[in-house]
Design a protein around this ligand. Structure first.
Ligand code: SAM
Ligand code: SF4
Ligand code: SF4
Length: 387
């Protein structure tokens, strides 16, 4: 398609060096960046490969048989991921999300889950360990993941209509198999909180104009009252290959209006600082939130930036640290970590130093950037650093 931008530079090859600061930086949980934001959430990409070709993420024209994925020898192994995760936890991370590409394509992922689930936090609070998946392999893997210590899971699902869903994943994958995966996750107990309530099983639906707006209401009907939280994500300008344009973005406010045509909603408080989704609860006849009917979320990354509270860091498959989803370069933690004389305390210093220098707030600045800014063509892909 003529509107697509094909990257001329492979940004994965460019890296910023991770260095040791002259003064050590202690991992005491008090780290903050230049905009006083703490480090709380770590997203770890375990593969840059995927069995889907969602056109908003890995368009077939680019991610074809000639596309150069990272060789397996470049990837961090599970011990390296766990070592880094421990350092991040010492710095204050309490939530770890495994992502990709499609994370369930990484062989023996449950072994990594087990290692991460065993990380102790300094204050003894449990680590929130979760995973985002397209659900295609979940029916087979849900139980092993739960047994290994995964707390919860988010499944991406862009519609219930089989024709629309097959077209969006662009590999003709049937919606029924993803629904089976969601059912298996529920049966395995993924998403149950300490009181045994289902609070952590979530569905992410990317809404794209001219593509799946007519799936908003069927999805709301399907998941309302199921205990599973449906979240609508504004189509974002991540990466450089999806041919994004503002005309394809349906603002979250329109999504909420759409649902309100059939189901009254009431605004709910954010559940945690740095929470990306705004929450809306289904109302009962008296216009009050009815917890039995559950809630929906909207993630308005385009129309309502939430950089101010952004406490997320991203670790790419081969160990680069990205400070923003829209970054063009990452810090090469792998090279530093593989030096024989570099200790975990050194790694904590290096990571602390990088975070202290962070001032990223792309979504807040988006509107003031020229549409054809060169950085747009240099952004790393979401399938590489993870969502
Ligand atoms: N493959 C897994 C999946 O699809 O859940 C995990 C990786 S995927 C990159 C993570 C999330 O990013 C998914 O929920 C996906 O829908 C979302 N995503 C990808 N490209 C996007 C875009 N351009 N705008 C908004 N969300 C996007
Ligand atoms: Fe694959 Fe997820 Fe990207 Fe779809 S959104 S192409 S499932 S990585
Ligand atoms: Fe965080 Fe960057 Fe997204 Fe802003 S644009 S919320 S800084 S990841």
């Amino acid at each position: 398609m003529s509107e697509r931008v094909i990257p001329l530079v492979d940004q994965r090859l460019q890296a910023l060096a991770a260095t040791l600061p002259s003064q050590p930086i202690e991992a005491n949980g008090l780290l903050s960046d230049r905009l006083a934001r703490p480090l709380h959430d770590l997203r770890i990409s375990v593969t840059d490969r995927c069995n889907f070709r969602c056109n908003y993420c890995m368009p077939k024209e680019v991610f074809n048989k000639d596309y150069a994925y990272l060789p397996h020898s470049d990837l961090l192994n599970f011990e390296e991921i766990t070592r880094l995760a421990k350092v991040f936890v010492a710095h204050g991370v309490r939530k770890i999300r495994l992502t990709g590409g499609e994370p369930l394509l990484r062989k023996n992922l449950e072994i990594l889950v087990d290692q991460l689930a065993n990380i102790q936090t300094p204050d003894g609070t449990p680590l929130d360990l979760t995973l985002t998946t397209n659900g295609s392999l979940l029916a087979r893997k849900a139980k092993a993941l739960k047994d290994a210590g995964l707390n919860r899971v988010t499944v991406s699902l862009d519609g219930l209509d089989d024709t629309i869903f097959r077209a969006m994943n662009d590999v003709d994958f049937p919606v029924s198999e993803v629904l089976d995966g969601i059912a298996a996750a529920k049966d395995a107990g993924l998403g149950l909180d300490a009181q045994g309530r289902l609070t952590g099983l979530k569905i992410n639906m990317v809404v794209k104009r001219r593509t799946n707006i007519n799936q908003i209401l069927p999805m709301a009907r399907h998941f309302r009252g199921s205990g599973i939280t449906l979240r609508f994500i504004e189509y974002m300008d991540v990466g450089a290959t999806n041919g994004w344009c503002m005309d394809d973005v349906l603002p979250s406010s329109d999504v909420i209006q759409h649902i309100q045509q059939e189901f009254p909603l009431v605004a709910l408080e954010a559940s945690a600082a740095g929470e990306t989704a705004q929450r809306w609860g289904y109302a009962n006849g008296a216009g009050q939130f009815d917890p039995c009917l559950g809630e929906v979320g909207v993630i308005s990354s385009v129309t309502q930036a939430f950089c101010r509270d952004c406490n997320r860091a991203r670790l790419s498959t081969e160990g680069k640290l990205y400070l923003c989803l829209f970054a063009t370069q990452g810090y090469d933690l792998r090279s530093l970590m593989r030096q024989s004389n570099v200790s975990d305390t050194d790694m904590a210093s290096a990571i602390g130093h990088i975070w202290q220098g962070r001032d990223d707030r792309y979504s807040e600045l988006r509107a003031s950037l020229p549409a054809d800014s060169t950085s747009a063509a240099r952004r790393v892909e979401m399938s590489y650093i993870g969502g």
